[in-house]
Structure formats: structure tokens, C-alpha cells
Design a protein. Sequence first.
Lengths: 251, 372
Amino acid sequence: MDWFLANLPFVLELSGHHLYQSVLPLVLGLLISVPLGYLAWRMPMVRGVILSASSVLYTIPSLALFVILPVILGTRILDPANLIVALTVYAVALLVRSVVDALESIDDGVRQAAVAMGYRPLRRFFAVDLPLAVPVLFAGLRVVSVSNISLASVGALIGIRNLGVLFTDGLLRHFLTEIVVGIVMTLVLALLMDFVLVGMEHLLTPWNRHRKAGRKQRTATSGPGNHGSGDSAGTARRPDAAETAVLHESL
Amino acid sequence: MTEAQSMAPLASPGNSPMVQFRNVSKSYASGQPAVHDLNLEIDRGAITVFVGPSGCGKTTSLRMINRMVEPTQGTVLVDGQDVSEQPAAALRRSMGYVLQSSGLLPHRSVLDNIATVPRLNGVPRRQARIRAEELLAVVGLSPALGKRYPAQLSGGQQQRVGVARALAADPPILLMDEPFSAVDPVVRAELQQELLRLQQELAKTIVFVTHDIDEATVIGDKVAVFATGGRLAQYAPPEELLRAPVDDFVAGFVGRDRGFRSLSFASARNLPLQPAVTATAGTLASAPAEGWLLITDDGGAPLGWLPPGQRTSAAVVTGGSLFTVGSSLRQALDAALSSPSGQGVAVDAAGKVAGLVDAGEVLQRLDAERRG
């Protein structure tokens, strides 16, 4: 704790770098994945190619990618841009599938209605498809946000300044406290980002809140009814299973 | 603009068909025809119902009107113009569309849902919302519902919002694709009556798809029965469909009790009524003890029947449908058949007892109409 307090400015500076290095790729990854995912969703021909390519991308070892990128991009080996590009690649690899799943989660009747009312495809995408894709899309974003924050630490191995420095430095000096601080701060960042993403989703989907509330109400009212009916346990259980199925669908 | 274009629509008289199918066929890659050589003219300002079993091409035909589906052969004309020559999005905005289970956008409030097409047409948000509020009232919904999201409404309310949304840009044509099939029978009957009431005020050209022949005969000015394979089997007013089905398929589809249902179209105007002996809870003591006794409330509205010999209010038998004076022979006969006493209760427009109706009387009336 003493070490942490004494080095607070240093730790905070590293945390700031770390946050920047993981959030920027998340945003870039999203911007790249949405059009790619849209293409994959609209054109079944391209779909297989895009989805398998993104899976392959994710299997590239991170360290290898950090080393190869300067050669491809022509950047200096210590440039944080290498890390940002690498993390963006991973973000895209994961998010493309999320975008496709999210677009597929939209009720076909709603889409038909939008077409029938005279939306042109581009406007429909931004006004109808994308807003309705938010819940599933954000589930993907949350996974990528955590994965980015943990992967970013690896950048320290190639000399990039972020919380990973606390791991490399602590290992070299056999100084456990520093490593623990690194772990805790990484966790704090991950939780913070998750909190921010949940909050954003909440703000973007006021319509979904009401829907969830309605569902909870229904579950609550069906509960006592089952107990009061005096039926055997077997029949009383069945509606619960149905409710669970409904909840799964909404996820 | 060519000469033909500039002349045709302006000069077209009010009674020319609004929608025409000319030798229209649609087949999918599987080879099975969805619609086979359809020729049909849809009257202006009337409700035309497409009815048939599933897979008969009725929805496909409907969707060819607004180019949600393109025909493989033939042409569809709206107001004399080939739809395939018009930009699809603009064509769709010029028609209202109501879907099964409403198809409301779940992420938009009720008002914003209704305002969708005007907004697409570039109407400012405020103006579109004001219009949307008016429409809420038109379809019989409270303005308080405007701020809710679709998931917070009942099925029937959602359907009403769906209708309001279709009316928002005041299109001359409404396409309705099984709009009431997802709600329960009571709400469905209510929505059907509401649609008929709206239609009296608005006089739109409505094309309505359903698989329910009862709904078709209640709603339609004309009914097109589609058979499997996308063939148009019969196109006629509902009473003709029930009276004279053109082949075995239509007869089978129209159903076994079509004779009874066709009474819906026979007017019961001037049907003779028997005087009713009635009593209220207060006058029970002085009522005659013989025969069935009709009990009413103090305002004269029927409450139920007392069996012969029983004169306590605990013995009241309820049940039996009511016959509104001047409505159809079907209602009159049903009231008589369903009444515990064997005599149907006739009520006036205000719901007060007007007299009693006899099943035999209805049949005699029917007989007399057939003879002359």
C-alpha cells in the first residue's frame, strides 16, 4: 500500500496509457466491424469468408503480431500504434461475429414492417437495424473490452508503457507488491469499462428496459399463482422452465 | 413526361379500379407457383379481402402491390400506373401497410411509430407528432399511450397503433396482411367493427388478407378466394360467395354452416316482434306466475329469464344472444336459438327490450323472401 501511494502518479499515468490503448482499439474495431458484419449479414456468399477470416485472425499469437506489425506498417518497434493496431485486429476478429449475431437477433416482422413503410436500405440500417442490434452488440463489446484490457499488458514486453510495465518490472526486481498493484489496477480498469458500457447500453435502449420490466412483472405474478394452485410440484415447475426459455431468448 | 402519362391518371374517372392484376404469376426457385395467372380488379374505396388456406399466394399477391414481391410475369397497376416503373420506397410510402402482430418498431414510442411515414417523407417532427396524436384518437386510443413503447401495450392496442401508423400519411390505399390474426377472438371482433366504422369515415381502398373466411365475409365488400397453387377460385361479394360457391373447393372452404352465415346478409327489417312480458326485481311479486318471464333492470335493459313457476330473483337464468332491431336475420335466429325460453330478446339501439322474436318467424320470413 505504501509503495502504491508513493508511486500513485506513476501508476495513474500507466493506467491512463493502458485505458487509451485498450479503448481506442475498441472504438476502431467497432467502426470496422459494423460495415463488415453488415456485409456478411446481407450477402451469404461473403459471409463464410468474413467469418472464417476473422476467426483465423484471432488465433495469431499476440506477441507475434506485435513483432510483425512494425514490419508491415513501417512503424518504429516501440510505437504504441503497433499495440493499437494489434488490439484493433483482435477486436474486429471478435466483433464481426457479434455484429452478425446482433443483426440476426432482430425480429423479421419488424424488418418487414420497415421495408413496407418505405425505408431505403441505408436509412433503415441506421434507424431500425442498428438501434435494435444494440443489446446483442453490447454483449460482444463487453467481452472485447475485457479482452483488450488484459491483452494490452503484453505490450509491455515490447517496451510500450502501460500497466504491463508493472508486471515486467516487478518480475525483474522480484517485487511482488508491484505485480499485485498491476493486477488490481487492470481489474479496476476492466470493471470500470464494463460499468461504462452497461451504462451506455442502458441509455441507448430505453425501450428494452420497459420490456424487461414487463417480463419481470409477469414472472413475479406467475410465481405465487403456481404455489397457490396446490398442483403437484411437477406441473408447478413447468411455467418456470418456460420463463427461463424466454429469458434466454432475450439474451 | 409522355403524353399518355399526363392524360391517363388525371382523366381517370372515380370508378376505375384502384389496383389491377394483369396475368400476374409468381414462381419461386423451387418451381412451385405461388401465384398463377392472376387477373383481378380492386374497386376504389371498397374493402377487398384475399382469403385462402396457407400457401395459396394471398400474401404474395398483396405484396406485389407495393413491390415487396416482384411478379415473375404480368403487371400490377395502381391507379393505372405500372408499379414496376415506380421507385419502390416512394411507392410503399404512398400506401399504408398493416402487418400481422402489428410490426411496430420496438425501439420507438407509440407516437414516433405512428409518425414514421410522414417523417420519412420529410415532415418536421413536431408536425408529425401532432398528427400522430390525432390518429391515436381516430383509432380509439387514449393520448396517454403515446409515450409508451409497443411492448407496454396489449395485442389489441398494438394492432390499433398499427392501423394508425398506416393511416398517418393519409394514403388512398391500405394493405392489411392478416392484421387481426394474432389477437383473441373477442378483440378481433372489436377490431373488425372498428375497421368498418373507420372505413365509413375514410373510404380508403383496402386490401385485406386473412385465412379466416368468417372475417372475410364480415369485413369484405368483395372477397377473392385463393386456392392452393396460387389460383384465384372465386371473386365475388360475400353473400354471393356463401349462396353460390363456384366449385367444390370454394364450397368446402366457405364451410359447412355457410347457410346459417349467409343469413348475416339478410336484413331483418320489419321482422314482426311479439310483445314481451317483463318485470324488474322490484315488480317480481306482482308478475304472472305462468310461463317464462323476462327480467329487466329499471332502465328496461334485459338481465335474464325466470323459468315458469319460479319467481325469485335467485332463479334468473342468463344467456342468450340479443337481437338488435333492424340488424340481420342471423342475429334474430341466433337470439331465438340461444335463448333459454326459446324466444329471442329483441332490443332497440339504446339496449332496451323492444319485444321477443320467434325462430319460426325468422324461417317464415326467409321462406317468403325466397318466393317473392
